[in-house]
Ligand binder design. Structure first.
Ligand SMILES: [Zn+2]
Length: 341
């Protein structure tokens, strides 16, 4: 048994920088033709020139014989003004601006504490059609970590959509039924869904021992939310598309007294997504989710190359080396039901 599909893209990815690119770029380019590349480097990517320089470093890490087209993003800070938006919107290489509520996740210290401060920038994005890519969690310490996404919808995203209804928004790595319902109620919006949020729920991370390699942000939720995400991803709705949020951290940084958030999923993400869709009897919807919906949302041409997945097991290696740092792969050391031909 085999499955052919248009070569997919990853609409939310962390490639990191420096020596890590020698691993992260081929690991993604193996399956995906394009990826929306997150700008949360240190320092963050806040100018078009910096985005293009980062793009050049990524392209230099693409191995011979592989093709990969990085789609760059800027990091929304309170200083990113409307003039940069106009420059970004006219650049063929910049495809979105990422909003991190300040302190929400890895390297988000430079993020935005209040949207009121960036309203002229968001208005310029509305005018130019440049998408806003949102990490949708409040950072208020009084809000329970499992509720932070739902509260963000009420407090921040709902009012923003009322204020700027034609702003093009991607709600990234959604983790709750609340977000699924919110996106469906706003037909102009898109949302990415990671493979780890389709496979796991919070018991997998916390029951019978704590598993730091499943810790990511937004954090895994209870199973009813996972089930809503599976339903959305496999539904055929054009609003939902593949975004791995693959985010490598060294084993030392994950298995620590205060471990980092993020899962390294890129190398076998496509095979793992195929397993989820197969379990639902929805393999016929995988191509729309992985290869069509994101491109359509971003107004880019669909890929033309065809790839083949074989229904034969592949072994996911336990670890990868990023420079001299070992990183654990999601489900590393076990098999996945599909292999890329
Ligand atoms: Zn991310």
């Amino acid at each position: 048994m085999q499955l052919t599909l248009t070569r997919p893209d990853d609409w939310h990815l962390h490639l990191r920088d420096g020596v890590a690119l020698a691993t992260t770029v081929p690991d993604t380019a193996r399956s995906f033709h394009r990826a929306i590349v997150m700008p949360n480097l240190r320092p963050p990517v806040v100018t078009v020139d910096a985005a293009i320089a980062y793009r050049d470093r990524i392209l230099a890490a693409v191995p011979n014989g592989m093709t990969f087209d990085p789609l760059m993003t800027l990091y929304l800070t309170p200083d990113l003004g409307p003039e940069i938006i106009k420059e970004a919107a006219s650049s063929e290489h910049v495809h979105g601006v990422k909003l991190y509520p300040q302190g929400a996740t890895t390297n988000s210290d430079a993020g935005v504490a209040s949207l009121d401060r960036v309203m002229p920038t968001l208005e310029a994005m509305t005018d130019t059609g440049l998408p806003l890519l949102i990490h949708g969690e409040v950072t208020d310490r009084s809000i329970d970590i499992f509720d932070r996404e739902a509260v963000f919808l009420d407090r921040t995203l709902g009012p923003l959509m009322q204020r700027l209804p034609s702003l093009k928004v991607v709600l990234e790595h959604i983790t709750t039924k609340d977000s699924v319902d919110f996106v469906k109620a706003n037909p102009g919006m898109g949302a990415t869904i990671t493979v780890h949020h389709l496979i796991y729920e919070r018991n997998d991370m916390l029951a019978g021992g704590i598993r730091p390699h499943l810790y990511c942000l937004p954090i895994l939720k209870r199973s009813l939310h996972r089930d809503a995400l599976i339903e959305a991803a496999t539904s055929g709705s054009p609003q939902f598309f593949l975004g791995t949020d693959s985010a490598p951290h060294a084993i030392d940084d994950k298995e620590s007294d205060c471990g980092c958030a993020g899962c390294y999923t890129a190398p076998f993400a496509l095979e793992l997504y195929a397993e989820v869709f197969e379990a639902q009897g929805k393999l016929d919807q995988l191509e729309a989710f992985a290869s069509f919906n994101g491109a359509d949302f971003y107004g880019l041409a669909r890929n033309t190359e065809i790839i083949t997945l074989l229904r034969t097991e592949s072994l996911i290696p336990l670890t990868r080396l990023l420079g001299d740092k070992e990183v654990k792969l999601l489900r590393g050391g076990s098999t996945v039901a599909w292999s890329l031909a």
